[in-house]
Design a protein around this ligand. Structure first.
Ligand code: ATP
Length: 245
């Protein structure tokens, strides 16, 4: 089904980025729609993190267009970042603060005002066990830290959620719980872009899969296709001969 123009939250059009002689992005085009989970697959060095860094305004592309909920991060990075929540592979929190203190601290930094009860509701929503709310983050598992990261993202009311390798290092049950949370967020209308090597989660969770290689889109699979194909076979076929780095 074609998305309505108004449903498109993240637009990447003909993006190019070169590092020295290396063309990391070579005309990449992608969209992510409201309420959609898009899994971005590609071998090491394919350009996934470079794409994310361009979306977040950490890197300036050489050419091409980007839009996050109508805002170009190259023109107005502050407003664009307000629309995006970013969960890196390792969520950076203050280890000596508790989960709730981290959530309150990062929300205050983003000028978000909420009551303590509302912050607690967010932590409950993401599935952090209540006994952990007031424990130091230093003792949290990776899955628990990610939940706090998602709660920070939710407090921001971001329209786009960008994740880089979110399930690496999570045990199967934490990974399953995480995927449940992503689906819940998508059902609330958040556009989710997830760069991952986890083909199992991509097949289970994504509404669409985009495979990139050498900075270019090589295939997109829609929901029906994802469920019908052996994703690993399709993926390996597309990246055959890829020089990974
Ligand atoms: P991975 O799956 O390993 O995370 P990736 O798809 O995220 O890979 P990128 O990190 O986007 O790939 O890297 C694309 C290419 O660009 C790689 O060859 C990488 O070495 C190179 N690259 C990325 N950032 C820089 C930089 N700041 N300076 C020079 N080269 C860079």
């Amino acid at each position: 089904m074609m998305a309505k123009q108004s449903d498109v939250v993240i637009t990447i059009n003909n993006l190019k980025k070169q590092f020295g002689d290396y063309q990391a992005l070579n005309g990449l085009s992608l969209n992510v729609n409201k309420g959609e989970i898009l899994a971005l697959l590609g071998p090491n060095g394919a350009g996934k993190t470079t794409t994310i860094n361009c979306l977040l305004g950490f890197l300036k592309p050489d050419s091409g267009e980007i839009s996050i909920a109508g805002i170009d991060p190259q023109q107005d990075v502050i407003t664009a970042r307000k629309k995006i929540a970013y969960i890196p592979e390792q969520v950076a929190l203050y280890p000596r603060l508790t989960g709730i203190e981290n959530l309150i601290y990062f929300s205050k930094m983003a000028q978000i005002e909420k009551t303590e009860l509302e912050f607690k509701e967010l932590l409950k929503f993401v599935g952090l066990p209540e006994h952990a709310f007031s424990k130091q983050v230093a003792g949290y598992s990776k899955g628990m830290r990610q939940k706090v990261g998602i709660a920070i993202a939710l407090a921001k009311n971001a329209q786009a959620l960008i994740l880089d390798e979110p399930t690496s290092g999570l045990d199967p049950s934490a990974s399953h719980e995480f995927s449940h949370l992503l689906k819940k967020l998508a059902s609330q209308g958040v556009a989710i872009l997830m760069a991952t090597h986890d083909l199992f989660r991509a097949q289970e969770d994504a509404h669409r899969v985009a495979i990139i290689n050498q900075g270019q889109l090589v295939d997109t699979l829609g929901f029906e296709q994802i469920k019908q194909v052996q994703l690993e076979t399709v993926y390996l076929e597309h990246i055959k001969g890829a020089v990974t780095c």
